[in-house]
Design a protein around this ligand. Structure first.
Ligand SMILES: [Zn+2]
Length: 292
């Protein structure tokens, strides 16, 4: 009888271990994933996977919500990205909340001091949260890049975190004017000629995407979307977080058309795991699908 009980305990314990291990593998897989592109590697540093709620969708008809969401919710995430180039540059694109960022960098054997540049898509808290900790800057050796429009906008906003970042990184900040999507690209960092910045205004007045050019080009599109399940079939739907929902929708349609025509890989800060893939056209200028 006692032996039976002991056996039962051992089986429970083994089952528990197996389950914990499986969950851990899954978690770390969803938290940190790397993809090799031609000439650089993209590391997805996830700050967490979550479900978004229909309440953020602006003007979405009930029929759309019913068709494309699961009882009003859809997969969503908060990510930032690290791009490592062939010549050894470590480029961080946004800094998330700063929740899992440092653990994720650590898992790649990187210290904050090893990050050469930080490219900011915009200055919302889920993109710059990792830049200051306990009143101090977290990336002492990084040059920080953002669009002039974004800088000018946040300078005038009464937002403590954004003000803090702009003040504390003052000597490391570089401003630029991003290209329009169909314009000839201008390099923003001399040592990284494959990188260019493209305007996708609307979400914020200076919201910027970053294009890494190679045989397999990659566009990190920031917050162009927040609800892929809805905004791919209906890119005209913006979200409550967009400062200018109309311009955001225009940018989204323009970018979707461009990346689907040119077969450019995309990665997004709020796209659920794996957060990277390609866009295919269903109806030009109207509806698209995301293929992870
Ligand atoms: Zn965001």
């Amino acid at each position: 009888m006692e032996n039976n009980l002991r056996m039962k305990h051992i089986i429970y314990f083994l089952a528990f271990c197996l389950c914990t291990f499986a969950c851990m593998a899954q978690n770390s897989a969803n938290r940190l994933t790397s993809f090799d592109f031609d000439g650089f590697t993209l590391h997805i540093l996830s700050e967490g996977q979550q479900q978004g709620n229909k309440s953020i969708l602006l003007g979405a008809a009930d029929s759309i919500i019913e068709k494309y969401t699961e009882k009003g919710s859809f997969p969503n995430a908060v990510n930032c990205f690290l791009v490592t180039t062939q010549n050894g540059k470590n480029i961080l694109v946004d800094a998330g909340f700063g929740k899992l960022l440092f653990d994720n960098l650590n898992a790649l054997n990187l210290k904050p001091e090893d990050i050469d540049c930080i490219l900011l898509t915009h200055l919302h808290g889920d993109h710059i949260g990792g830049l200051v900790k306990d009143g101090k800057i977290t990336f002492p050796n990084s040059q920080v890049y953002m669009s002039r429009n974004e800088f000018d906008y946040w300078k005038k906003q009464n937002n403590r975190l954004a003000q803090d970042v702009l003040e504390k990184y003052e000597k490391q900040i570089h401003l630029f004017v991003p290209n329009k999507i169909d314009e000839k690209r201008v390099t923003i960092i001399k040592e990284i000629p494959e990188l260019s910045a493209i305007a996708a205004y609307g979400h914020t007045p200076g919201h910027t995407m970053y294009l890494f050019n190679s045989e397999k080009p990659l566009l990190i599109w920031g917050d162009l979307t927040h609800a892929m399940a809805v905004q791919m079939p209906h890119p005209e739907i913006s979200v409550t977080y967009d400062v200018n929902p109309e311009i955001s929708a225009e940018s989204r349609l323009e970018v979707l058309d461009y990346v689907s025509r040119n077969r450019i890989f995309i990665a997004g800060m709020h796209i659920a795991y794996p957060a990277v893939g390609i866009i295919k056209t269903v109806v030009l200028g109207k509806s698209y699908v995301f293929v992870p």
